[in-house]
Design a protein around this ligand. Sequence first.
Ligand code: DC
Length: 229
Amino acid sequence: MSRRVVIAIDGPAGAGKSTIAKAVARRLGYVYIDTGAMYRAVALWAIRAGLALDDTHKLEELSRHAEIEFAAGASTVLLNGEDVTEAIRERAVSEAASRVSAIPGVRRAMVDAQRRMAEGASVVMEGRDIGTVVFPEADVKVFLDAQPGTRAARRIAELEAKGQQPVSEDVSREIAERDRRDSTRSDSPLMQAPDAVFLDTTGLTIEEVEEEILKVVRARVSNGKEVLR
Ligand code: DC
């Protein structure tokens, strides 16, 4: 019988985490969990409820009551039963998510939910603190990064694909500000776990990054043999 496997993928905005984590999960038949979407869902609810983003007590309470679910292989995000897949990708929500995710009580609620989601299933989980805090014992840890220009270009392409016309300098500034906040907060800052494999995705194709990660999975999880399900 195969045991549960956890693959943790961390890194800054635009490093390619979502694309890669989804591809790896599909290849292995594991459940894909986008933890950034969970902080985004909390932020969206907070904005809609008119909460001040420094009201730590109310935000913690709200995050405990947020029912966040993934459907259709995580391509759909549900908040309290409502499909918020598109709404959580708004730029105002990105900014708010980075703020609410710095609140320890909000993080505790999300980390609990993330651990519950991985009970009894092999997962590919992506975020900022998966290898350091959520699953320090993960079987495979990968830290993805890319040069700032590449990360901004990817975000711009994503926004353009949605019909938006972003100003390149604004996107670069927003990413830099988010990275600064995510890396300098005191609770669970964005950080490479000492035992994570570092991969710079600048100039690499999705297939190349996916293959690198699968090599690590084969080496660590299955002694070079077929990969567990
Ligand atoms: O990956 P993303 O851009 O969708 O994440 C949105 C925000 O949530 C990001 O600014 C950092 C935060 N986040 C976090 O603090 N911890 C995680 N595990 C995932 C995301």
